[in-house]
Design a protein around this ligand. Structure first.
Ligand SMILES: O=C(c1ccccc1)c1ccc(O)c(O)c1[N+](=O)[O-]
Ligand SMILES: [Mg+2]
Length: 216
C-alpha cells in the first residue's frame, strides 16, 4: 500500500539528517516540505524567522507543553533550545503521527528531553499534575486542532497549570484560524497578548502566531 505523508517525511529525515543532530533534522524536514511535499509543520519562517525560536529562547522554560506533535518538527525545534534539565511534554491524538514523531525525536537524539504522550489533550491535561508530576507550565505551544485551543486553555487554567508569567504561543491563529481562542485571549484580563504576523508554513498565505502571557 502507498506510504503516508508522515512516513515519507521520516524517510527524508533518515536519508538526509545526521543522527543526533537536531538542526539537521529540522533542515531535512523543511527541505522536504518546501521542495517535495507540503506538511503542516510550523515551518522555518514561523520557526527560525524569529517567533517560535525567539519565544522559547526568551522564556527559557523548565517545563513545556506542546499540544499537537504531528511528526515532531516543532518538538525538535523547541527541545533543542531548552536549558539543561528542562522537560517537554508533547501530546498527540493520532497514533500514526505519534509513531513517526517518536522516530524523528529519537533520530534527533532528544528522547531524554521529550515525553510524547498519546491521547486527547482534553483527557490528558487534567492528569498532568498527578501522573506527570507537573506543577505548572512555563510555556505552552498550541498547534493541534484549532477548535481545541480555547477549551484546552480554559482547562489549563482550571487545572492550575498556568502561573504568573506562563506563556501561551498559538500557531495558525489566522490560517486555518482559531477565532474563538483569539476573541477570548485578547479580551481576557488574565492575559497580555501580542500577534506575530507570518505565513502558513512553506506558502505565501497569511498566518500568524499569538503570544499570550498569563498574568495570574
Ligand atoms: O488544520 C490544518 C490543516 C487543515 C486542512 C488541511 C491541512 C492542514 C493545519 C494547517 C496548518 C497547521 O500549521 C496546522 O497545525 C494544522 N493542523 O491541522 O493543526
Ligand atoms: Mg500549525
Amino acid at each position: 500500500t502507498r506510504s503516508t505523508r508522515p512516513q515519507r517525511l521520516l524517510g527524508a529525515v533518515r536519508r538526509t539528517a545526521t543522527r543526533g543532530d537536531p538542526r539537521s533534522v529540522v533542515r531535512a524536514i523543511d527541505d522536504f516540505c518546501r521542495h517535495t511535499e507540503w506538511a503542516m509543520n510550523v515551518g522555518d519562517e514561523k520557526g527560525t524567522g524569529c517567533i517560535l525560536d525567539s519565544v522559547v529562547s526568551e522564556v527559557s522554560p523548565a517545563t513545556v507543553l506542546e499540544l499537537g506533535t504531528y511528526c515532531g518538527y516543532s518538538t525538535v525545534r523547541i527541545a533543542t533550545l531548552l536549558p539543561p534539565g528542562a522537560k517537554l511534554i508533547t501530546l498527540e491524538f493520532n497514533p500514526d503521527f505519534a509513531l513517526i514523531a517518536r522516530q524523528v525525536i529519537a533520530w534527533a537524539g532528544l528522547e531524554e528531553k521529550v515525553h510524547l504522550v498519546e491521547g486527547s489533550s482534553g483527557d490528558l491535561i487534567p492528569l498532568m499534575k498527578e501522573k506527570f508530576g507537573v506543577k505548572s507550565f512555563d510555556l505552552v505551544f498550541l498547534d493541534h486542532w484549532k477548535d481545541r485551543y480555547l477549551p484546552d486553555t480554559k482547562l489549563l487554567e482550571e487545572c492550575g497549570l498556568l502561573q504568573k508569567g506562563s506563556v501561551l504561543l498559538a500557531d495558525n491563529v489566522i490560517c486555518p484560524g482559531s477565532p474563538d481562542y483569539l476573541e477570548y485571549i485578547r479580551n481576557s484580563p488574565k492575559y497580555r497578548s501580542q500577534h506575530f504576523k507570518s505565513h502558513l508554513e512553506y506558502t505565501k498565505v497569511e498566518d500568524g502566531l499569538e503570544k499570550s502571557v498569563f498574568l495570574g
